[in-house]
Design a protein around this ligand. Structure first.
Ligand code: XMP
Ligand code: MG
Length: 183
């Protein structure tokens, strides 16, 4: 039955709100240190990165600006192929900018690998990546991710920006779904 009780759809909590906020704070402190004296352009990847972007941006003390991209990666089913199409491009000229890509999760890493190369080709001073979560599958692609919130098991997770059929993005924690949701 399609009940309206979100909690009933979850199997278990992987990271609580407190754990996520704590880790975002640690990442922000590291980023502030690494970018000392430089302004950062945070590039969020819609829609999943909305929550981590909002929390990370507020935890940073550096000067930041924020811009957004929407991309779709073609592939069979849930597997991303690395062939990426830009649905919404940045409004910002990247020439000479220190760009920090902000992502919710890295799975195959193919989308981010493409995105990093794409942004670097626009004359940036630097492009680094910050992701809230990373799956072990990401190790298959040669991609240097400087800031990782948590390494998680190879399970489908929702919450904190991550969705299943557009639901659960609004949860302030991350968890796995009960089988009744997708069976
Ligand atoms: P790559 O190219 O790294 O793509 O395979 C990463 C994108 O895949 C989606 N993704 C997930 N979304 N729960 C989700 O809600 C998950 O467990 C998950 N794993 C991958 C997500 O859109 C991410 O940006
Ligand atoms: Mg995504």
């Amino acid at each position: 039955m399609d009940s309206n009780d979100v909690q009933a759809d979850l199997k278990h909590v992987l990271y609580t709100k407190e754990q996520i906020q704590q880790r975002i704070g640690e990442l922000a402190a590291q980023i502030d240190k690494d970018y000392e004296g430089r302004e950062i352009l945070l590039v969020g990847v819609l829609k999943g990165a909305v929550m981590v972007m909002a929390d990370l941006a507020r935890a940073l003390h550096s000067h930041v600006s924020m811009d957004w991209m929407a991309v779709s990666s073609y592939g069979s089913g849930t597997q991303s192929s690395g062939v990426v199409r830009i649905l919404k491009d940045l409004d910002t000229d990247l020439m000479g900018k220190d760009v920090l890509i902000v992502e919710d999760i890295i799975d195959s890493g193919l989308t981010l690998s493409w995105l990093k190369t794409n942004l670097e080709s626009r004359g940036t001073a630097s492009v680094e990546i910050c992701t809230a979560f990373r799956k072990p599958t990401a190790a298959k692609v040669q991609i240097d991710v400087k800031y990782v919130g948590y390494d998680i098991p190879n399970e489908f997770v929702v919450g904190y920006g991550l969705d299943y059929a557009e639901r659960y993005r609004n949860l302030d924690f991350v968890g796995t779904l009960a089988p009744h949701v997708y069976e």
